[in-house]
Every structure is written in C-alpha cells, then in structure tokens.
Design a binder for this molecule. Structure first.
Ligand SMILES: NC(=O)c1ccc[n+]([C@@H]2O[C@H](COP(=O)([O-])OP(=O)(O)OC[C@H]3O[C@@H](n4cnc5c(N)ncnc54)[C@H](OP(=O)(O)O)[C@@H]3O)[C@@H](O)[C@H]2O)c1
Length: 321
C-alpha cells in the first residue's frame, strides 16, 4: 500500500481507504463487516471513514469495535456531522451545539478519545460559517479532533472557509470528500483547481460508481442477488448510474482493464488516483475479497493510451456538472 499526504497536512493516509455507508451496520452482517475492516488493516489500509448518520450511529459502533484491537496510532479514523440525528430543531446541521454534542456522541460510539478527521458532511446554509469553524477549532484545541475536513462543498464554500480561518486564526480545512469516479467528474472544473492551490486534498467517495465500474452489472440483465443494485433500499442512490446507456459504455472498460493487466475495479481506482489532488479513494466493500482486489490498485500507474481509451469509451456518459 502506498500513502499520500492528506492535502497540505503532514499526516499520511493510504491511497485506498475503507468507508461504511450502506454497508456496515446495515446490509452487511457485523462479522463480515469486521472481516472486511481487518482485511483492509492487514493490507496496509490505515484510513477508515464513517459518519454519525450512517444507520444513526450503528456504523460508527461497528467500525469502532472492529478497530479496537489495533494500536490507536496505527490508523486514521474519520467521521462526519451534519445530517439529522433526531427530530428536534437542533439535531442537525453545523451549529456549535450540534457539532459539539455529535462529536462527543461519535467518540462514545467509536470508543476512542479523539477522531483523526472530523468532516462537515454538507454545507449548512442555516449557520454562520464563523460559528462552525470556531466550534471545530475548539474541538481541535481540546484534542478531540486532529484535522478538520468538509464533504461535497463547492469551490466557493471551501474558499470562503479558508479565508475566514486565516482571518480568525482558526484551524484550516485539510480535506474535502466529494463524489469522483470515471463517470462522475464534477469536481474537476472548480473544486480541484482551488484545492490544489490551497493545499486541500480530496478524499473521494464512490470511486467505483457504487459497483457500476466493476463490470458486475451487465446491460439488459437484472443485477445479481446480494449486490447493492439488487437491494431496493440501497439502489435508490444509484439512479444516475443504473441505466442501459451507462452500463453499455462501462462494458467498453473491460478490454481496457484487461490490456492493462488489471481487474476493472483496479482500473477505476487507478484512474481516480492518477489525479494528484486526490489524497485517497474511499471504497465500500461488502466482503473481504473486494478489499483485496481494490487495495491492489495502489501504486498502479496507467499509461496515457489507457487514459485516452477510457475517455473515448465513456465519452457519451461522463457527467461534468
Ligand atoms: N461524504 C458523502 O456524502 C459520502 C457519500 C457516499 C459515500 N461516502 C463514503 O465513501 C465510501 C465509499 O462509497 P461507495 O460505497 O459508494 O463506494 P464504491 O467503492 O464506489 O462502491 C462500493 C460498492 O461496490 C461494490 N464493490 C466494491 N468493490 C468491488 C469489487 N472489487 N468487485 C465487485 N464489486 C465491488 C460493493 O457493493 P456490493 O458488493 O454490495 O454490490 C461495494 O459496497 C462510503 O462507505 C462512505 O464512507 C461518503
């Protein structure tokens, strides 16, 4: 496994990281989730991502339990705050109250004294950014959070946060967590250029387009039982991807992968990692074999002709905004 700096910070994270959305605490049984996390650790993955909202805290509990046996300094643990955790008016968002209370709740569920990266899961239009950044800075000063990040923020929002942090001498955002894969390239226009200039790293989610880029879904065929697309609850997040046009285009990647001596998941992950502003690609995995397949993408360099062929094959389905 190879490691990269998280944005402009000094901490190093594995190029492939493991997340827990729709999997741990949900569709994947606890033992299997633990096996995936342990396999990842064994392969040198040191970066584990979760969120308070994933199954209302259940994912954090499973991730925390699975990591309990490992030295705290040997892994980098990230969680998030923003989405509703209850029905009350203060049970959501990025107010000082909700951030502080949820940070404490996350630490309890994860069974740790601090999280390495605390991320604002979305931008909160209903809270002054100064309040959010000050609350996060306090958590950093208290030692409960080591680094601060955001997720799916626009270039403008990230830029504004950096400006305020500088002006008020507050801890600076080191990472953004956006969606990024060979099909969904929205961050390339504005978020990446700004982040490169400012030392903010991307920790990208759904690098396999939720499985669509692994070749497991074939045009004209129903998804196999046990896959994300076959699950009625999870598949609603795949609407932009599970259509004949995308699946037919993705078929063209099969030959590109095989000519490069890679599996399709490895091709997709190596493509994401070719972008130097990406600090890590956060995969999901429902079984240890997937972790193994995906981890092998670290360190792979795609030749320019493979990159050109990918663009040709996907030309009609690439989403840029
Ligand atoms: N910040 C945010 O708003 C946000 C949003 C989404 C995700 N995330 C984070 O990013 C993580 C990854 O997102 P994601 O799950 O969408 O990523 P992904 O890696 O694109 O998709 C993961 C899914 O693809 C399938 N898969 C993975 N490896 C495979 C392989 N080698 N062969 C065949 N199938 C394979 C598995 O699904 P099945 O086996 O179940 O079919 C797996 O659950 C999440 O866990 C979460 O931590 C963050």
């Amino acid at each position: 496994m190879e490691y990269r700096r998280l944005g402009g910070s000094g901490v190093k994270v594995s190029e492939i990281s493991l997340g827990s959305w729709l999997t741990y605490g949900g569709s994947v049984a606890e033992q299997q989730a633990t096996d995936c996390i342990h396999k990842a650790y064994e392969l040198g993955i040191n970066f584990f991502d979760t969120a308070n909202v994933y199954v209302r805290g259940a994912a954090e509990e499973i991730v925390g339990n699975a990591l309990k046996g490992f030295d705290r300094d040997s892994y980098f643990l990230a969680t998030k705050v923003y989405f509703p955790m209850g029905e009350g008016p203060n049970d959501r968002g990025l107010s000082r109250k909700h951030i502080t209370e949820q940070c404490h709740a996350s630490l309890r569920r994860l069974g740790v004294d601090y999280v390495d990266l605390y991320q604002c899961h979305r931008y909160d239009e209903g809270t002054p950014l100064e309040e959010t950044l000050r609350a996060l800075d306090d958590l950093v000063r208290q030692g409960k959070v080591l680094y601060v990040g955001v997720s799916e923020w626009t270039a403008e929002q990230i830029g504004e946060a950096l400006r305020i942090a500088k002006e008020m001498n507050l801890d600076r955002i080191v990472s953004n967590q956006p969606r990024y894969n060979m099909i969904q390239r929205n961050i390339e226009a504005e978020v990446v250029p700004l982040s490169e200039r400012e030392g903010v790293g991307q920790v990208v989610f759904s690098p396999l387009a939720q499985g669509v880029l692994t070749g497991k879904y074939r045009p004209g065929q129903a998804p196999e039982e046990g896959t994300r697309a076959a699950d009625p609850e999870s598949s609603r997040f795949m609407r932009q991807l599970m259509n004949e046009e995308v699946l037919s285009a993705a078929e063209g990647l099969r030959a590109v992968a095989s000519d490069a001596g890679l599996t399709m998941p490895q091709l997709a992950l190596a493509w994401v990692l070719r972008q130097p502003n990406v600090s890590s690609a956060i995969i999901g995995a429902s079984r240890p074999g997937q972790v193994e397949d995906n981890a092998a993408a670290s360190g792979v360099e795609l030749p320019p002709e493979a990159l050109d062929r990918i663009d040709e094959v996907l030309a009609g389905v690439i989403q840029r905004n």
